[in-house]
Design a protein around this ligand. Structure first.
Ligand SMILES: [Zn+2]
Length: 187
């Protein structure tokens, strides 16, 4: 399964046969920096059009700000959360921002489905607290673009641990790095 967190950035992890997948030098994949559109916005990694630069929370804010007409009343209070609220309230620009967010989230997730054919993709992070606004668009994109893999068998679900996910993950990292050492010292 693959976990994807969407907040101020996009990160994730792959669980393969019950274990966190680690690559060369114990590294982990950087989903947020796979390129979706090379003509897209600059990314903090120095390249352009990474998934994170198009679909993380700040990307939503930046796009909405750049498209806002003169006198748009919500400019001073924009955050991904606020944009989602405005979309629910029917604000046209916020609805477009949500549509764009669904599209770019969907592109990245469709790539993961095509590349990994996972049993499940679990979505977490602050932006995913508004997942109900994006899921339909995401599913549509996966349906349309993952033609050569059994995309319908990949379960798309939301993280059940909520805000505790990061803390539990951090504790697991500590355990992975140090617990065996501690055990050695004790014995
Ligand atoms: Zn990047």
């Amino acid at each position: 399964m693959i976990y994807v967190t969407v907040g101020t950035g996009i990160g994730g992890g792959v669980v393969l046969d019950g274990h966190i997948y680690r690559g060369v030098d114990d590294s982990h994949p950087e989903f947020g920096h796979h390129v979706i559109d090379p003509s897209g916005p600059s990314c903090m990694c120095g390249f352009r059009g990474c998934w994170e630069s198009l679909a993380a929370g700040p990307a939503m804010v930046m796009w909405t700000r750049s498209e806002a007409p003169p006198g748009y009343p919500y400019l001073g209070e924009l955050s991904a959360k606020r944009i989602c609220e405005l979309a629910v309230e029917g604000d046209t620009l916020a609805r477009q921002a949500v549509e764009r967010e669904s599209y770019y989230l969907g592109l990245g997730l469709a790539n993961l489905v095509t590349l990994f054919t996972p049993d499940a993709i679990v979505l977490g992070g602050s932006v995913m607290k508004s997942a109900s606004l994006f899921l339909e668009g995401i599913r549509k994109l996966i349906r349309e673009s993952c033609k050569f893999v059994p995309w319908e068998r990949t379960e798309l679900s939301l993280a059940s641990l909520g805000d505790d996910s990061n803390l539990i993950g951090a504790a697991r990292v500590w355990h992975y790095h140090f617990a065996s050492e501690v055990a050695r010292c004790v014995h």
